[in-house]
Structures are given as C-alpha cells and as structure tokens.
Ligand binder design. Structure first.
Ligand code: C5P
Length: 329
C-alpha cells in the first residue's frame, strides 16, 4: 500500500512535468490525450476497495456471491437501527416461546448498559482486516494452527471453546467470543462478547448478567453474573439472523435456524476483508466432536440447523475463493 502511495506521488510529479511540456514545448494534444487514457494512468488513480493482497470480500464481483451478499443489512444492533420490520419481528418471535416483554423497552435497557453506537463502518481502501473464524471441531486437534490463527487481526471463537491448554492447535488470542446465554462463558477485559439473540429473553439476560444478575434461567439455569467488559459487548441484529436464514440458506421452515458457526462466518464476511475458517466439520476419520472433548462422542451433524445447506454454502464460498477453509486433522 505504502509503495503504491509513493508511486502515486512520483506519478503526480511526472504528470506535472508532462503538463508543463505540453504547455511549454507544445506536445501535440493527441499524444497527450493518448497518455491520459493509458490503462496505467487509470490503474494508478483507481482506489482499491481494501488494502488486502489476497482478497477484498465485500467488493467481490462473483455473481453467486453478489446475489446473496447484502452489505446494507446491519450485522449488529445499535440505538439507531433497533426497530424491527413486522416480517422480521414475526420470524424472530417464531423461534422463541411467547414472551410478555416489550421489545423497545428491552432495547432501551440494553443500551443503558452497553454502547449504542454503530460498529465496523470503516471499510475502505486503507483497511485490510483479516479474520479467523474458529469453530469447535475436533479436527483442530494436532493441527498446529495456533500461530496461524493468532496472526489474524480478529480471532472469533464461539460458545465455550477453550483456549487454555489447546494453544498450539487453536491459538491463544480471542478478540470476539460469540455466544448465547446457554453457551456463555466468562471473558477477560479485552474480548468482545457478541450475543446471538435467539429470543428476547437472551437480550434481557445479557443486560442482567452485566448488572444485577436477576435473570437466572432462560431455557435452563444459566450464568447469572458474567465477567465481561460492558464496553465491548455487541448484539447480533435479529434482522441479520433473518437475512442469513432466508437469503443465504433459503430456509422456509420456521423451526430451523442457522447454527452458531454459520452465523459467525456470515458476521465475519460482513465486517472483515479476508476470512479464514478453522475448526468446522468432521475430522479426517469422519468423527464430529469438539476439540476439547476427551473421548469423542458421536456428534449429531444438523440438529435444529440446516447443516447440509450450511456445509454446501461453505464449500461454495471456498470454491469461489471467497474464504479459505482449513480442514485440520
Ligand atoms: O458445538 P458448538 O455449537 O459449540 O460449536 C460451535 C460451532 O463449531 C458449530 O456451530 C459448528 O459450526 C462448528 N463445529 C463443527 N464441527 C464440530 C463441532 C463444531 O463444524 N465437530
């Protein structure tokens, strides 16, 4: 990037010299015009969509990707975007049991505890944000991916996936941990807690867990007082979950919804310039388990999620070189 800037400066000096010669030496106007139309000139002044060498995700012109990718859907809730259109509210309600809670009031209480401004609107020619999306698959065991995972700007982990004791394979940095009340774990002061709100009670839980701890049960008993830095807490937008559900996975069924891993991958596609995926899928022996499980139990592949479509979509993203998937061991 820096050498590119230097080239531009050199070019501007050269251009001034050419203009002077056009004026002083009367270089024929046709030749001057030809020079200005030269593709080198165009390339020098054309702003790259991001500063990455490998790829700039949001700027991809892959047709399959652009049919699905909607940059205008906000990945995170903020004070300015929290109102939900009726169809999205109805869809979100259908994921959860009936609640008496008033959504606007729940949002107001949420943003009296966590920051309400928008995040990550900084995409542009000078940014190259690399992100590692780290799932919890047992294929990480023996992978030695640790240093590679840690080399990313953002390292996104999910649910209870531990770091301590597994550093050589999963890395040691965590910038974001994506979770919901039933999968929550305590965080250090530097990590962003990113809540996946599958229900309105999940938003009430995060507000409570960061303050007085009054919400003690959601589907079952959950952590009531959570160690986490309030200023780093973010909440995935229900409209974003709906968009992943309908636009990416084309799911018609009301009862199924995207998995944590797939939602995190989509979140990364929206806030990063380059995305690399680790810890997804079975291991080389076809076992689906967690890297932190001592004795691999059989791991049900889909459950309530649309595992097949998710898997296909991840393969498609990889085939089109939009992401890289590290398969592990
Ligand atoms: O099991 P858990 O939901 O905590 O895992 C988080 C994510 O990691 C899953 O949603 C899935 O995307 C990914 N995972 C996987 N294969 C496994 C275990 C987890 O792809 N064997």
């Amino acid at each position: 990037m820096r050498s590119c800037k230097h080239m531009k400066i050199v070019f501007v000096v050269l251009l001034s010299a050419i203009i002077s010669s056009v004026t002083l030496c009367k270089v024929p106007y046709d030749q001057f015009k030809h020079l200005m139309n030269n593709s080198i000139v165009e390339r020098l002044f054309h702003e790259e969509p991001c500063a990455c060498m490998e790829r700039c995700l949001a700027a991809s012109d892959d047709e399959w990707f652009t049919e699905r990718f909607r940059q205008n859907v906000p990945p995170l809730l903020s004070l300015n975007n929290s109102v939900l259109p009726d169809n999205i509210y109805t869809w979100w309600q259908s994921l959860q049991s009936k609640s008496q809670a008033n959504y606007s009031q729940v949002i107001q209480e949420l943003f009296s505890v966590i920051p309400g401004e928008g995040h990550y609107r900084d995409a542009g020619p000078s940014r190259c944000r690399t992100c590692a999306v780290v799932g919890n698959s047992g294929n990480l065991v023996g992978s030695f991916y640790g240093p590679l995972i840690d080399s990313h700007d953002f390292v996104m982990r999910m649910n209870k996936g531990p770091v301590e004791g597994y550093e050589k394979d999963v890395g040691s940095r965590t910038t974001h941990r994506i979770m919901y009340p039933e999968s929550a774990t305590h965080l250090d002061n530097t990590t962003h807690l990113v809540l996946l709100p599958f229900k309105i009670l999940d938003i009430q839980w995060v507000t409570s867990a960061l303050t007085d701890g009054t919400v003690k049960r959601t589907r079952y008993k959950v952590i009531d007082k959570l160690q986490a830095n309030k200023d780093k807490v973010m909440v995935i937008h229900p409209a974003f979950m709906h968009y992943v559900h309908t636009t990416w996975l084309h799911i018609k069924s009301r009862r199924s919804y995207p998995s944590t891993g797939f939602l995190v991958l989509m979140f990364a596609l929206h806030i990063c310039d380059e995305v690399n995926v680790f810890g997804f899928g079975a291991n080389s022996k076809g076992t689906w388990h967690h890297y932190f499980e001592k004795m691999p139990k059989s791991f049900k592949r889909t459950g309530k999620h649309s595992g097949g479509i998710e898997h296909q979509t991840i393969l498609e993203l990889q085939e089109r070189q939009l992401i890289s998937v590290y398969r592990g061991w």
